[in-house]
Design a protein around this ligand. Structure first.
Ligand code: SAH
Length: 410
């Protein structure tokens, strides 16, 4: 039989990158885009990376056709192997164990948190969320895919979950030629699990919920908006949670003493879960409005509504760099409406999870919106995702979430 041209474990030849790609890697960014590659790999896998003069740049997860052609693992000469990946996973889990001991990390009583945050934890495209008794895995890097069984076995050994679910249904997987499905990887994963955020409890559906079932990154920001409302608004204040999902912001505002909270989301299932969570936590019932939040904010503005506390937390409006201008217009529109709806002295927690929109640009958009709304606004604070979603310096994609807490001065 003739030898197979590229048997899965045949070592890959070095991938050659243009000067621009090499400069990015040297500057600490782990990615090189397809357009900056001179000689692509024959298949997905781990391979050495060199510049056009053959100088070694390190070892990377590489892909022949994906836009993200190179994801650098380290700058050394040692090939990437199962032991290295296991060590990366261990380090990620050790970090979460340390966070549990860190009084500033807000992990007390938290049973929903991110165990692995992809590139920021040195494991490209791999996300692992703990949702109470189970783990939910997402993977978007073809080179890592053959190693998933070993990584899942390690997760089971270290965290002893009841079950592990692979949410391999994200569209990004298609960009790496990976199949999209949902797969049980270990044990048993019930239709719904209870997830505690340290203050309130939610029923989360790992199979059917958005992304891994829950958005765990806003956990501490929910508390921050609630604390600001409790501090600055009179008891019995009115609140609006736009793009609510399970009502993370709105339910914390109810707990902080809101007399009425309106949750707005396009998803009926998300609102149903939010309503159930309010009951489960013995909170007053929120008003749930299934609507396009852009339209709802416009309608509330036209009707002259006022709120003392507002959250605006849309999905990423700039999914790609070239969407940036249109996305900025979207953020401006949402925040202009929200600021017009804000009662004097009211607080607005406004978020952007577009990795392509840097914090400085987001603040410019907010300043524009405040000027157009004719409001004088204080910035009470600026934060990112909870610390179980670590930010890797030099990799702005890991600082995707911006949360800005504003207060209308008058
Ligand atoms: N605020 C939530 C997370 C929101 S995720 C938290 O803190 O946990 C974004 C939400 O926006 C999703 O629930 C999604 O269903 C909803 N969504 C997306 N597009 C929308 C639109 N145009 N109008 C209203 N909701 C929308």
């Amino acid at each position: 039989m003739p030898p197979v041209a590229h048997a899965p474990d045949a070592p890959l030849a070095p991938v050659v990158v243009h000067d621009r790609g090499a400069a990015r890697l040297v500057a600490g960014h782990p990615w090189v885009y397809r357009s900056d590659v001179v000689v692509p790999p024959a298949r997905a896998g781990f391979a050495p990376v060199v510049d056009r003069r053959g100088r070694p740049l390190g070892q990377a997860a590489v892909h022949p056709t994906s836009q993200i052609a190179v994801r650098l693992m380290h700058a050394g000469d040692d090939p990437v192997d199962a032991a290295l990946l296991a060590a990366r996973l261990d380090a990620a889990l050790d970090l979460r164990a340390a966070l549990a001991r860190d009084p500033d990390a807000g992990m007390d009583g938290v049973t929903g948190y991110r165990c692995v945050h992809a590139e920021a934890d040195g494991l490209p495209g791999l996300v692992v969320d703990r949702l109470g008794p189970v783990l939910v895995v997402q993977s978007g890097c073809a080179a890592l895919e053959p190693h998933l069984p070993a990584l899942v076995a390690r997760l089971v050994e270290r965290l002893a979950p009841e079950g592990v679910l692979g949410r391999f249904d994200a569209k990004v997987r298609a960009l790496e030629g990976l199949p999209t499905d949902v797969a049980l990887l270990h044990g048993r994963v019930p239709e719904a699990v209870e997830v505690h955020d340290g203050v309130l409890a939610w029923r989360v559906e790992p199979h059917a919920g958005q992304k891994t079932g829950a958005f765990l990154d806003q956990r501490l920001n929910h508390r921050r908006l609630a604390t600001a409302a409790r501090t600055y608004a009179a008891p019995g204040f009115r609140a609006l949670d736009a793009f609510a999902y399970h009502g993370g912001f709105g339910l914390h505002l109810l707990r902080a003493g809101a007399a009425a909270v309106e949750l707005v989301d396009a998803s009926a299932a998300a609102l149903e879960a939010a309503r159930a969570a309010a009951a489960r936590n013995a909170l007053p019932e929120p008003t749930c409005t299934r609507a396009d939040a852009f339209e709802r904010l416009r309608a509330l503005d036209r009707a002259g509504a006022r709120f003392e506390a507002i959250s605006v937390d849309p999905p990423a409006l700039a999914k790609r760099a070239r969407d940036l201008e249109r996305a900025a217009a979207g953020y401006k529109e949402l925040n202009l409406r929200a600021l017009r709806l804000l009662a004097p002295g009211g607080v607005l927690g406004t978020s952007s999870c577009s990795a392509h929109l840097q914090e400085a640009e987001f603040l410019n958009v907010l300043a524009d919106a405040a000027a157009d709304a004719g409001r004088t606004v204080h910035v009470l604070g600026r934060w990112g995702a909870a610390p179980d979603h670590p930010e890797r310096l030099g990799f702005p994609e890991s600082r995707y979430l911006k949360f800005v807490l504003l207060r209308a001065v008058d």
